[in-house]
Ligand binder design. Structure first.
Ligand SMILES: Cc1cc2nc3c(=O)[nH]c(=O)nc-3n(C[C@H](O)[C@H](O)[C@H](O)COP(=O)(O)OP(=O)(O)OC[C@H]3O[C@@H](n4cnc5c(N)ncnc54)[C@H](O)[C@@H]3O)c2cc1C
Length: 424
């Protein structure tokens, strides 16, 4: 695979530090927080619809709503002392001030897809609260200006949908899983099926509004250049709370093409995957071909094999796609029958794993395609893995109960963004 941009070799350390002053009040921590919020918020806060303690009937459903990794919802996992769902920016400012004053550890949640549940569980710090941005969901798309302002709460799928509502030839290059929250997603970079053409979501951020640890709102102009650079990939929980992102829209053609073709070991999966490693990062940048790898039943009864599914988006029609594939990756043997021409927004739905006939409105439900108990890790490959090493890898892989790998090719725009790039 192509060499990754060194920008991504950051140390992502989650240290949301709220310097503390001990509370000496005899109120409960929840009462003290509510009292403090009232004192610091510009507008009244309707607590009945924004504040949840374990005594509330809806506490568990709010806690579990966006949590993606079920491991972190097990009864043995610490639960927050309360959840606050702000309704406007000033509520977030007040929450930061009050958590700091009352020495309450704060976890911030947008879409809840943190691999290790960092947005809704604190294993060590107590007391802790969740600041859940689920109700800050505004999306203002301005096609004429080629940009949109988006609050931290919507899923990336909602963002894609709202863009497509305004224009069939604009899009945004971020994640493939459509239930990711834009708040947390962009802060980790945000790779997806258009990154070979346009870079990461973080490369297409024009401006941001964040709340710092003093409860002040800063935009790009008000924050240090280094801070604006850091929040676009450095894991923002360390630096403040994102309220808004301003994104740059990118051009997409009215017709795009998608396909998914599966090869098992019996169908020369090893040889094809070896070729893919050389082709996929160097092929025409309008195409993104990822590989989904899992254990499946073999054609021999009672045996297991490895299946490799080539799942692709091409920014153009099927005839051009076939020419590109013939030129650069003929080993996959793609034919017209394997391909489907569609709109960009429908390709988003397809690449997220829904059947192609699913109406794009599914993206407005903000639902995850499947919550599960998982342990996940990401890594970069810098060298092509030889076929013999792939065979050894499969031996290990077949021992796992339900292992799954996704290989995403870089190259294209990802190779052209210099390490020193800081601003758009
Ligand atoms: C099933 C699945 C599929 C994925 N697919 C992709 C993909 O296609 N492309 C990709 O690039 N990544 C992908 N990821 C990784 C994903 O982008 C990151 O986990 C991202 O941080 C999730 O953001 P979130 O808002 O949904 O998660 P959250 O759990 O809400 O937040 C993640 C982290 O960011 C912090 N945070 C959240 N919101 C804010 C905010 N507004 N201000 C400050 N800090 C905040 C949280 O405290 C937490 O530390 C995937 C993850 C999963 C579980």
């Amino acid at each position: 695979m192509g060499s990754p941009s060194p920008r991504f070799l950051f140390l992502l350390v989650y240290v949301f530090v709220l310097l503390s002053v001990s509370s000496t009040s005899s109120f409960t921590i929840q009462e003290s927080f509510i009292h403090c919020l009232g004192a610091h918020s510009q507008n009244p806060i309707p607590f009945s619809t924004s504040f949840y303690t374990p005594n509330n009937a809806s506490f568990t459903s709010i806690l579990e709503s966006a949590a993606q990794n079920l491991r972190y919802l097990l009864p043995s996992m610490p639960k927050p002392d309360f959840i606050f769902t702000p309704l406007e920016d000033s509520h977030v400012q007040a929450a930061v001030i009050c958590a700091k004053t009352l020495n309450i550890h704060m976890r911030v949640r947008s879409g809840g897809h943190d691999y290790e549940g960092l947005s809704y569980v604190s294993l060590v710090e107590k007391p802790f609260m969740i600041l859940d941005l689920v109700k800050l969901r505004a999306i203002h798309v301005d096609v004429a200006q080629n940009m949109a302002w988006i609050q931290a709460g919507p899923t990336i799928g909602e963002v894609y949908y709202r863009i497509s509502e305004k224009s069939q030839v604009h899009g945004f290059p971020a994640g493939i899983c459509t239930s990711l929250g834009i708040g947390g997603h962009i802060t980790g970079g945000a790779y997806g099926s258009m990154m070979r053409k346009y870079g990461l979501g973080a490369d297409n951020i024009i401006d941001a509004r964040i709340v710092d640890s003093d409860g002040k709102i800063l935009d790009k102009e008000a924050m240090e250049e280094d801070l604006f650079w850091a929040i676009r990939g450095g894991g923002v929980g360390s630096f403040g709370i994102i309220l808004w992102w301003q994104i740059k829209l990118v051009q997409v053609p009215p017709i795009v093409t998608v396909f998914t073709v599966t090869k098992t070991l019996e169908q020369k999966a090893n040889k094809i995957l070896y070729k893919w490693q050389q082709a996929a990062p160097n092929i025409d940048e309008n195409i993104f071909i990822r590989v989904l790898i899992q254990v499946t039943n073999s054609s021999t009864v009672g045996k297991k094999t490895i299946s490799t599914s080539y799942n692709a988006l091409f920014l153009g029609g099927v005839d051009s796609l076939l020419q590109v594939m013939k030129r650069s990756f003929p080993e996959l043997g793609i034919t017209k029958k394997d391909c489907l021409e569609t709109s960009w927004i429908k390709s988003v739905v397809y690449m997220a794993g829904y059947p192609i006939s699913t109406p794009p409105e599914i993206l407005l439900q903000g639902k995850s395609i499947g919550k599960t108990y998982f342990k996940a890790k990401s890594d970069f490959m810098r060298q092509v893995i030889p076929e013999i090493a792939l065979s050894s890898l499969w031996k290990r892989f077949l021992l796992e109960e339900s292992a799954f790998m996704i290989w995403n090719p870089y190259g294209g725009m990802m190779n052209r963004i210099p390490e020193s790039t800081r601003l758009l």
